[in-house]
Design a protein around this ligand. Structure first.
Ligand SMILES: Nc1ncnc2c1ncn2[C@@H]1O[C@H](COP(=O)(O)OP(=O)(O)OP(=O)(O)O)[C@@H](O)[C@H]1O
Length: 304
């Protein structure tokens, strides 16, 4: 299979510190891929490398079939990075900003730009210094989408968006991927947003990809079993290699399983479980599972 975005054993070292360590991920064309991880995990660095802004220290990076770095100028016409942070030129108006992008990108589509401006209700005459943070984010997205990218890299795109605009923004991304076939990679902490729209995810922990793949497959792999069990929890459940967590609340037993869920169900039934149900994990629970597996813990701060 040819991937639109692919890294193999990607490594990035800043000042002797490893920030990305052997990261391999593969994103198919026209799909939405989320990159998640704790603060400082390396998400923005990964996007910047995909964009050709940082050189990898090791490994391979291919975007649209090209090794990133060799064809950066041509790739920049087809690959766009939108970050919610960073300054916009304060002296420009919205329309000047868009016109500037129109000159830069030869795939620019005026009709598309107009439709986006109307849908997002962006005030074309307003000076950029008077735009709210959310409006700036929408303007950046409008500029990127008007240039008809093949790959859209989004760094924390929904920061500062109100819930209604956020929903519209996410819908736009789904349409863009499904309709125009654009491949979208989003780095974000908003797991509920990703759960709604992502086809795949990569979980970064200390610069390593501790999980990467299609979201359905990852959700298929990690399940939660709930059972009513009056008696003892059997050793066969506790010792099962796929069992990562067992919680009892009264007679209700909840077991998180990364692996063979059927074997755990069978052991519970054999121990006299009266009711057994397999539940899917939400993305935030899945994320916590992969982080816990790596021993990620943050202690609370005690204020006196
Ligand atoms: N240009 C740079 N020079 C040196 N170190 C850097 C540079 N850019 C990022 N880093 C370091 O690399 C690590 C990963 O940073 P990065 O911004 O990629 O993380 P992140 O996952 O996007 O974090 P957050 O969720 O907080 O935005 C951090 O320790 C950061 O300090």
């Amino acid at each position: 299979m040819v991937w639109t975005v692919e890294t193999i054993d990607l490594r990035k070292v800043f000042d002797g510190r490893i920030v990305l360590d052997s990261v391999s991920l593969a994103v198919p064309a026209g799909s939405i891929h989320g990159v998640v991880g704790a603060n400082g995990a390396g998400k923005s660095t990964l996007l910047r490398i995909l964009m050709g802004l940082y050189r990898p220290t090791g490994g391979q990076v291919r975007v649209l079939g090209e090794l990133v770095g060799d064809e950066a100028a041509e790739l920049r016409q087809r690959v766009h990075l939108v970050a919610s942070e960073g300054d916009l030129p304060r002296a420009m108006r919205v329309r000047d900003y868009l016109h500037y992008h129109r000159l830069l990108y030869h795939r620019w589509d005026d009709g598309r730009c107009q439709r986006l401006l109307e849908a997002l209700e962006l005030p074309v005459r307003r000076s950029l210094r008077h735009l709210s943070q959310g409006m700036k984010t929408q303007l950046r997205l409008a500029a990127a989408l008007s240039a008809r990218p093949d790959v859209l890299l989004l760094d924390e795109p929904t920061n500062g968006l109100d819930p209604v605009v956020k929903r519209q923004f996410l819908q736009l991304l789904v349409q863009e991927a499904a309709g125009a076939g654009t491949t979208i990679v989003i780095a974000t902490h908003h797991l509920d947003d990703l759960d709604r729209i992502a086809d795949g995810i990569t979980v970064l922990y200390n610069g390593r990809a501790v999980a990467s793949g299609q979201l359905d497959a990852l959700k298929q792999r990690v399940k939660r079993v709930q059972a009513v069990l009056p008696g003892e929890i059997p050793e066969a459940v506790r010792q099962h290699p796929g069992v990562v967590d067992v919680v009892r609340s009264g007679q209700m037993v909840t077991v998180t399983v990364d692996g063979d869920v059927d074997a755990v169900m069978a052991a519970l039934r054999q121990a006299g479980a009266q009711y057994c149900e397999v539940l899917d994990l939400e993305l935030d629970e899945l994320f916590r599972h992969f982080m816990d597996k790596e021993g990620y813990r943050r202690e609370g701060i005690l204020l006196s």
